[in-house]
Design a protein around this ligand. Sequence first.
Ligand code: SAH
Length: 266
Amino acid sequence: MNEPVNKSAGRKSISVSLKPRELMTEDPRLNGVWTAQIITLFPKAFPGVLGESLTGRALAEGKWCLETIDLRPYGIGKHKNVDDTPAGGGAGMVLRADVVGPAIDAALASAPVGRPLVYLSPRGRRFDQKMAQSWADGNGVILLCGRFEGVDQRVLDHYNIQEVSLGDFVLTGGEIAAQAMIDAAVRLRPDVLGNAASTVDESHSNGLLEHPQYTRPAEWKGREIPEILSSGHHANVEKWRLEQSRKLTQDRRPDLWDAYQNKQDD
Ligand code: SAH
């Protein structure tokens, strides 16, 4: 077997945690903590925005874990090349199978069985709230971020990688998509949002878009808050919100509205 000379270098993944090391009594990863493992050429891009606000605090508190696997040390030769020209010709570069493969092996080696292995890709199944919830219900996710023209197909076939897309547009790399998807999954973990926000009646959780939100001041540029919201009548407020949700969904997203109505009919 041809072991890549740099295998150990690659295994030393950078663990991103905002918690000072000396305060860590134990490695939360060994404790079955929900972990996002990200294979990327740009580990410095993480935690990025995930280090802010509620996801950042939860990360610092060890409620979830982020681990990056740097692709570069797996590169070939003196220059640690990770990509090469596409077979058959054409523009751009393709990430090599013999570079990405060992990085995936390293990620799998520290992953519990059953953790989803995902390639971020505009060809993939579109990410949605349901997928976020299923990731949140598991023990984490392994995300492979592509760059250039993407990854050699043989890697995707060999590991039977699921391709997931952030939407019908093309990004320069998978890192932004990874952060968006991790954010959506992590905030559904118990304890991450606390009382700061509700994940129950927000857009896409119950099949409807969320009603409009208001806060102080009571009047702004001649615009007032809908009277009912100041009435203190909880049931009427709920009724108003549901009506608004339904109307908004019907106007903006006929596809969601149809699905919602079909569900009500069942
Ligand atoms: N040549 C590819 C696009 C490559 S874009 C194609 O036409 O399908 C470079 C990398 O960005 C991809 O490998 C992927 O990891 C990431 N990427 C681009 N768009 C994305 C999207 N909509 N969702 C998730 N990842 C995306």
